[in-house]
Ligand binder design. Structure first.
Ligand SMILES: C[S@@+](CC[C@H](N)C(=O)[O-])C[C@H]1O[C@@H](n2cnc3c(N)ncnc32)[C@H](O)[C@@H]1O
Length: 378
């Protein structure tokens, strides 16, 4: 079905929102890659629970902020959301999205940390394939495979490998022994970037070990967290770096840090970090943390919490047990940030909120909140 639309605003997922004048004229419609003030026609591809999703066909009114996307695949591809507007606007939309998520919090200014590169930064891409259809690419909104040989968001070293896979359907030979349908991942580790790109087939995402997808912005985020925590956390405090991976966020901390992750990826080295493997989503997680005292580990006075997208639903239980002086919560999904931290505002003050754009051109970003314990809450 083709519809006429007029975009009123951009929603937190980066989609244009078109509302009909009345209910009879049709439900609210979300149309990606449109901008406020734009009108035109779009084709509805899905409708549920009184809202519909449509794909842009033609623009009759074009917003002044619209620019030509750099990537050839942009209009068809689901990977990027903001290449049709300039970076300043992209950051404004992201800040507005975060402000909307935080509407139930006491008012706090959001500081935005933009990226220097909008494209060519991703050190990891996961592609789907179907050998019978000879298709390799990203999934579009209808979950069809869209070939993306010229993808612009990936690091040049990954892009080089990607083009080599597509050339003469090389990937079919490389995947000869793999199942008819599946996925592959091309990635580079920080130390290898630019010369040692790896391929994995039908393995879990980030199988080679988690690293942030944007090296440059990760450094900015890490340095900022270290500077802030060194400012607010008294010397000789013990920090628990929860979901700490390879200890990225506390690598340069002045404090002793206990890095906890399900997957132990780094050896202890003779400095301030110690690594332990604990499943933090397990119902025994807090008991396992308490039991670290048997290995000579002191209780934490600060927590740094950087969970996967799904967040840490029982954050409150960790705070109730350890009563840290404060904690830093880093979330790549703002809805997890608000769900997990709203219930603890009785005991903790939200001191600052920073938005780090680790995922330029897409709707995603990292939210970093610093919380300190209220003095009257012992
Ligand atoms: C968003 S990453 C953060 C990693 C690290 N803080 C960094 O800056 O690189 C989330 C981390 O959670 C870890 N993780 C996933 N599930 C976990 C679990 N059940 N228990 C503990 N850690 C888990 C992953 O291995 C990954 O290192």
């Amino acid at each position: 079905m083709t519809i006429d639309f007029r975009i009123e605003h951009i929603d937190p997922l980066g989609q244009g929102v078109s509302k009909a004048a009345s209910k009879e004229e049709g439900p609210i419609t979300f149309i990606k890659k449109t901008l406020p003030g734009e009108s035109g026609t779009a084709t509805v591809y899905s409708e549920k629970k009184g809202v519909r999703f449509a794909k842009l066909n033609k623009l009759n009114t074009v917003a002044a902020e619209r620019i030509e996307p750099e990537c050839l695949h942009y209009n068809e591809c689901n990977g990027c959301d903001y290449q049709h507007t300039n970076y300043q606007k992209e950051l404004e939309y992201k800040k507005a999205a975060l402000a909307r998520h935080l509407f139930k919090f006491p008012k706090v200014e959001i500081t935005v940390h933009g990226a220097t590169r909008r494209l060519g930064y991703r050190n990891r891409i996961q592609l789907h394939y179907d050998k019978k259809k000879k298709l390799l690419g990203l999934l579009d909104e209808k979950l069809n495979i869209l070939p993306v040989p010229q993808c612009k968001i990936i690091d040049p070293s990954i892009a080089f490998e990607l083009r080599a896979l597509y050339a003469e359907n090389n990937w079919l030979k490389i995947l000869a022994k793999e199942p008819p349908k599946g996925h592959l991942e091309i990635y580079a580790k920080e130390k290898d970037a630019g010369h040692n790109v790896k391929l994995s087939f039908n393995r879990p995402y980030a199988d080679g070990g988690f690293t942030q997808v944007n090296f440059e912005m990760n450094e900015k985020l890490r340095d900022w967290i270290q500077k802030k925590t060194n400012e607010v956390i008294p010397p000789k405090s013990v920090i628990y770096d929860l979901f700490g991976g390879n200890g990225n966020l506390t690598a340069k901390s002045k404090n002793s840090s206990i890095v906890i992750d399900k997957y132990r990826k780094a050896p202890d080295h003779a400095n301030h970090q110690k690594f332990f493997s604990i499943d933090l989503y397990d119902k025994m997680a807090i008991k396992s943390l308490i039991a670290l005292k048997d290995q000579g580990v002191a209780r934490p006075s600060w927590l740094i919490i950087d969970p996967p997208r799904s967040g840490l639903k029982n954050l409150n239980a960790f705070l109730t047990e350890f009563k840290p002086e404060g904690f830093v919560y880093i979330a790549c999904q703002a809805t997890s940030f608000t769900r997990d931290t709203l219930p603890i505002l009785n005991n903790y003050d939200l001191v600052s909120v920073d938005l780090f754009d680790l995922f330029p051109s897409t709707q995603h970003f990292e939210t970093v909140g610093i919380f300190t314990r209220r003095k009257n809450n012992e």
